[in-house]
Design a protein around this ligand. Structure first.
Ligand code: ATP
Ligand code: MG
Length: 427
């Protein structure tokens, strides 16, 4: 026998028990996005490697060590499995002139790929939902993005997710802060690791992103960027804070928050839970006014966020551990000549009327079919035997409540089944 194969490390199967939770989660998230006026966009999973080098930035964890990249020899192209989707979204917006008639609110979802060390809450294939508000200068747009997240946590029944907020100013302001920061890093070079030393001169702010505790002590004592921020940046930030205050969304200012991608400016934020250990950030985002131009498009302001589905689902599972069981109204049991044909017809009619119905397959005795009906989780068994067939009726047997079974004319079944169930499928 050949050896069994397993999924790659950090790439997970989501089995039906969990997938039901994912479906419920995604349906809620999609309705929430629609209610905020965001429209779906779908981009390829594979993009030119250059897209991420230019958008995410060279001195980032993603580009330096996390991308799945290869050369397609046939076409002579350098390709990458997307590690994130903002770059693709902006690429698509430029390519298809999506902003020609004004700003757009877009959302995307799907798998992302990063070559990281797998651990709880950190995978090599993980999933994000992201929203991008393209063409708005904010800070009202920034506030919208943040406030809508707060509404989602409430809807999902998640508590204890806090907001950390910062402004990283304009590129000119960051350039003026740079010298002071490099001096501080040079003075503490013995506490820096190889990554930090490499980034210190090329892109010193990147050092803030380090997860190394020793490097973090140097980061904590770094001079604050606040002193280098000009009036326009401060006015934008004050505007955002005022709007968040009015919306009742609390936040903590974190002057060390810069986020792991190069494209951000002004507002950056993260939503963090303390219940997930080291992998506590469930959503991150900010403003990226320079990205359109950086990718060769007409300059356009933009802001957005991405949230990690695995981490949010882990939180939700902790808050609501009961399994999510899909609703099944009826399981059709059938015995004898002609009953299978009638079962097929009746199951079809009931589904057309909106019920979720499973028809027994594979034959067997009444007893063994009833066992399957019970195990299916269906609310009622519909029994079609020779008697029922002859009379044009069906026996309805409740499986979840103490109630006597009854014979119902097949023609009236769809109408009468409502009385045996609380709701139709999908409602
Ligand atoms: P981290 O600091 O945890 O590595 P990040 O800054 O790299 O996060 P982003 O690029 O901002 O993450 O992605 C947005 C969200 O996607 C994160 O807040 C997190 O919820 C989720 N995420 C990122 N990387 C992973 C991963 N490897 N596995 C699972 N979820 C992830
Ligand atoms: Mg990361």
């Amino acid at each position: 026998m050949s050896a069994t194969l397993q999924a790659l490390r950090g790439m997970n199967d989501v089995l039906p028990g969990d997938a039901s939770r994912w479906l419920e989660f995604e349906s809620l998230v999609q309705r929430w996005l629609a209610r905020h006026g965001y429209r779906n966009i779908r981009m390829p999973l594979i993009e030119p490697t250059q897209l991420f080098r230019r958008a995410v930035g060279e001195q980032t964890d993603i580009v330096e060590k996390e991308m799945y990249s290869w050369r397609d020899e046939l076409n002579g192209e350098d390709l990458t499995l997307r590690p994130e989707a903002t770059a693709s979204c902006v690429r698509a917006a430029i390519e298809h002139h999506l902003l020609h008639d004004g700003p757009k609110r877009l959302w995307y979802a799907g798998p992302m790929y990063r070559h990281e060390r797998p651990q709880k809450g950190r995978y090599r294939q993980f999933h994000q939902y992201g929203a991008e508000a393209l063409g708005f200068t904010g800070p009202d747009s920034d506030a919208e993005l943040i406030v809508m997240c707060a509404a989602l946590w409430r809807e999902l029944g998640l508590t204890g997710i806090r907001l950390e907020l910062n402004t990283i100013g304009s590129s000119a302001e960051r350039a003026s802060y740079r010298t002071a920061l490099i001096t501080h890093l040079e003075n503490n070079v013995d506490s820096l690791d190889a990554d930090a030393k490499r980034r210190m001169h090329a892109n010193p702010l990147r050092v803030f992103d380090s997860k190394n505790p020793l490097v973090q002590t140097v980061v904590q004592s770094a001079p604050s960027m606040m002193a280098y921020l000009g009036d326009a940046t401060l006015a934008h930030f004050d505007g955002l804070k005022r709007l968040l205050g009015a919306a009742g969304v609390g936040f903590t200012l974190n002057p060390r928050l810069v986020r792991g991608l190069d494209y951000y400016n002004l507002t950056v934020f993260e939503w963090i839970s303390d219940r997930l250990g080291a992998q506590g950030t469930v959503c991150g985002g900010g403003r990226y006014d320079g990205l359109f131009e950086q990718l060769g498009g007409k300059p356009a302001p933009a802001a957005g966020f991405a949230m990690g589905i695995e981490r949010l689902i882990a939180l939700q599972q902790e808050a609501k551990p009961e399994p999510v069981v899909p609703l099944l109204h009826a399981y059709v049991v059938h015995l004898g000549a002609g009953a299978a044909e009638q079962a097929l017809r009746i199951a079809g009619e009931l589904r057309d009327a909106g019920y979720a119905v499973v028809q027994h397959c594979g034959g067997g005795s009444l007893k063994s079919q009833m066992k399957k009906a019970d195990a299916s989780g269906a609310r009622v068994a519909l029994i079609i035997g020779e008697d029922e067939l002859g009379a044009g009726e069906v026996t309805v047997k409740p499986l979840r409540v103490a109630r006597a079974q009854a014979r119902v004319p097949a023609a009236r079944l769809a109408a009468e089944l409502t009385g045996w169930n609380d709701a139709k499928a999908g409602t």
